[in-house]
Design a protein around this ligand. Sequence first.
Ligand code: 5GP
Ligand code: SF4
Ligand code: MG
Length: 470
Amino acid sequence: MLAEIKGLNEECGVFAIWGHEKAAEMAYYGLHALQHRGQEGAGIVSSDGAQLHVHKGTGLINEVFEAGKIRNLKGQAAIGHVRYATLGGGGYENVQPLVFRSQTSSLALAHNGNLVNAFALKTQLEAQGSILQTTSDTEVVAHLVKRSGHLELEEAIKQALGMVKGAYAFTFLTENKMFVALDPRGLRPLSIGMLGDAYVIASETCAFDLIGATYEREVQPGELLIIDENGMRSTAFSSPMKRTLCSMEYVYFSRPDSNVNGLNVHASRKTMGKQLATEAMVEADVVTGVPDSSISAAIGFSEASGIPYELGLIKNRYVGRTFIQPSQELREQGVKMKLSPVRGIVEGKRVVMVDDSIVRGTTSRRIVRLLKEAGATEVHVRIASPPIVNPCYYGIDTSTKSELIAANFSVEEMRQQIGADSLAFLSAEGLEKSIVTDPNSITQGVCQACFTGNYPTEIYPDTIIPAYKD
Ligand code: 5GP
Ligand code: SF4
Ligand code: MG
């Protein structure tokens, strides 16, 4: 049973386009811009008005879509997905978009986020005779929609969304309609753009920039968009609630060139770095960031502290992200392969090393060691987010509590373990301030549950566990 539950956790990127003669090709480019959100699987489903065409597979977009594969995906509408999954949830059957065919029509869907009550719904569906093909939470929604098949599809989707809880940015595609939905709290980012007359939807705005689309607006929490030959229509499937957008999107997950809910990610990270400098100043000679996700925060720290920013660490571009490596041993090797200290910069210096987050502590420990081996006299670690002490149930893989170093050790104990001369984290208030400019606005507001334990939805810790890896 555990193996099955394992598969319920993932973090991903979605892209959709309606009304473009090269829809699949645009989706292919768009997904490239979202590749950082998931490297384990990718897929595109297109519609030519009469039929859905599917191509998907495990691996990077380049690997999945070898030459010519896009040409087979005919039609003026497409939805695409990049998938990050843990070991238990990998495998072809879980690669999205998922496609369900019936005699009358087909339904494809792609999902970013995690449904916290998927396990309960799954049990219920199975008891009522549904046969689920995948171990992913996403399939549950398709079955809920199908179960209401006597209704108009729009109504059926609304009913299904009314039953699921948690975080979701959904795109649905049939032969002649597209639907887009964001959960009532807006936990995951989702933006609307235009490419000529074509509607474009993406997890991050960097996908718009890559295909030359213009940004229009955010999909609102609890909003269902219906896109078809008549254009785009908006309806609400849930009453308005204050947004709790994942703060980790700003801290680590999104690309610095994306604007998430209207705020540029690089700019927000710089503010986090500045805030961190005011909260945890230290005397030092240089500030360095861990490429790539911490550079912005390091620049901010440098600006606010007056300590010069230097390129103390270089990244080897051709190695994947730390989290992709499945075992602790491989993860440690991963960091070694990925980063090199610049001896000429750090030798004989007191170094402030800014990183975006500490999960297991592996990265920080390795980097402190690398910097010291390269001659740094002191290494002061500054983390541009609060200690992660709780698991995420909303689709970001921050591991189980037992693996979270901050859930098990004090800051001083962590400092010793990573071998730093000092260690400090950004406060939760400081993080929130860096993202939310108007605390009274219901369209602003962030989730910080992995830091504070204040989960914005019900959670079901007994039936759904965050991804487990060893
Ligand atoms: P650790 O090595 O402490 O387990 O992980 C923290 C490092 O991993 C940070 O440098 C961060 O940039 C990187 N990282 C990779 N994937 C993730 C993720 O999904 N969440 C977070 N918070 N950090 C991640
Ligand atoms: Fe994001 Fe943390 Fe909330 Fe998960 S718990 S949605 S990672 S802020
Ligand atoms: Mg990092």
